[in-house]
Design a protein around this ligand. Structure first.
Ligand code: LLP
Length: 434
């Protein structure tokens, strides 16, 4: 990794490498957090999240727009509250995220409920609190929602998430806009969807929506997708519907390694003529862009070993804490919290979990970090804590929010005994034969 790229990555996170203090986020030396909170710990930088929201907001100029943060990227209440205060709405995909978003202070009308498999309970919860848009992803779901809304006597504004059949150049697991995948209503079923809406007394078509994938760094798929949405808007209008919103989803990529991510302006500007022409409010659902670069995972080296010609640093964060390297072969830059003199050496940085796939980085040039030394894994604000688990009965990390010179734990490290607190060791004790 060139030093230019590393500087860019540090700047993205609002980090500087101080010769005596080590890595400093805002005005907080990360070593203070390591010392006081222990490791592994996720740390999020409020100033970066605000900066990103403001930059994205500005990219729309005077175009009417709503930014609905994709809660799945990082659902910590402190992150949600911060974005809610900035004026964001929330894009949610489960009943759990609905509760989170409400607890964090999002008003229901600023919530859009997406997802391919919403259950009756989840749809009823959405109807009960009155979420702004329910984005349906199949005809079956639309029929179900129509029935439930009538039963509940609740009116609801519906978005039809269509599958625009465009491919985005990203990891196949996070490309969602291609025909034949589980996402969205195929465009050739739109007429049928509109017919269902005609019959549904409690449903109003509010938006046409798409989400073509994640970590995208080229505007072309959105241009193609929006062209498709605009054609479908004409179809919906001709059929007597009057959607007022076009939802172009999330997916704006960030820098993890040497990508050249799109700026918000480079993302939105090519879409503006079509959006203006449509007369609709544009809605976006970014997750990663708002929080991804703003987070680091702090982890300490437990042991070092040399095996089969490879240098191995075993750290106290594993695939259960940060799954992206194992699941997507994702690159996360890793930087010592406190630099020590010495040559970089190709190092496997692995976790303690009993799986060969449990690594944060393989053959990564790393400055010498002795056992007990801490490193920061960059780009860990999105889909990081959110995808963590208790595999190997490991407590999930603490989460910390840094704001200027202040920092606070916003989720304590889990307690090990809590992990099995609700389990029942001997369920048939009462009924067993003597
Ligand atoms: N809207 C919908 C309907 C989505 O499915 C997603 C993400 C977003 C918005 C937000 O996308 P973003 O702006 O964050 O790219 N775990 C993967 C990413 C999965 C994305 C799932 N959907 C990863 O770690 O890369």
């Amino acid at each position: 990794m060139g030093s230019g790229v590393l500087s860019a990555l540090l700047a993205d996170a609002g980090l500087r490498d101080d010769p005596s203090l080590g890595l400093v986020m805002g005005e907080v030396p990360l070593r203070d957090i390591v010392d006081r909170t222990g490791t592994p710990t996720y740390v999020y930088h409020a100033a970066i999240i605000r900066e990103r929201f403001t930059a994205l907001d500005a990219a729309f100029g005077d175009l009417p727009h709503r930014i609905c943060y994709a809660v799945k990227a990082n659902g910590n209440l402190a992150v949600l509250r911060l974005l809610s205060k900035m004026g964001a709405g929330a894009d949610i995909v489960s009943g759990g995220e609905l509760l989170r978003a409400l607890a964090a202070g999002f008003s229901p009308d600023r919530i859009v409920f997406s997802g391919v498999g919403k259950t009756d309970e989840e749809l009823i919860a959405a109807l009960t609190v009155g979420v702004g848009h329910v984005n349906v992803e199949s005809l079956a779901e639309l029929r179900r929602l129509a029935m439930l809304a009538e039963l509940q006597g609740a009116r609801v504004t519906v978005g039809i998430r269509v599958n625009p059949d465009v491919t985005a150049d990203t990891h196949p697991y996070i490309s969602t806009g291609k025909g034949g995948l589980k996402f969205g209503v195929p465009t050739d079923q739109l007429d049928e969807a509109l017919a269902i809406l005609d019959e549904a007394s409690h449903l109003t078509l509010g938006s046409l929506a798409m989400h073509i994938g994640s970590q995208i760094t080229d505007p072309t798929p959105w241009v193609k997708g929006l062209e498709r949405l605009c054609e479908l808007l004409a179809v919906a209008r001709a059929a007597g519907h009057a959607p007022t919103t076009l939802d172009i989803g999330g997916g704006l990529g960030i820098r993890y390694r040497d990508e050249t991510p799109l700026t918000p302006a480079a993302w939105i500007t090519p879409l503006i003529p079509m959006l203006r022409e449509s007369g609709c409010t544009v809605q976006v659902e970014p997750g990663r862009y708002l929080v991804g670069s703003a987070g680091v995972l702090l982890t300490r080296v437990v042991h070092r070993k040399h095996s089969g010609g490879r240098e191995i640093a075993i750290v106290d964060a594993g695939m259960n804490d940060l799954l992206r390297p194992s699941l997507y072969q994702a690159w996360h830059e890793i930087v010592p919290v406190q630099r020590t003199p010495g040559e970089e050496q190709a190092t496997d940085i692995v976790g303690p979990v009993c799986e060969t796939g449990d690594f944060l980085a393989l053959e990564r040039p790393l400055a010498p970090v002795a056992a007990g030394g801490a490193v920061a894994v960059l780009g860990a604000g999105a889909y990081a804590f959110a995808m963590s688990s208790n595999y190997n009965t490991r407590a999930r990390p603490a989460e910390v929010l840094v704001d200027g010179d202040r920092w606070a734990v916003v989720r304590p490290r889990e307690r090990l005994t809590d992990l099995f607190r609700d389990e029942i060791a001997d369920p048939f004790a009462q009924t067993e034969a003597p």
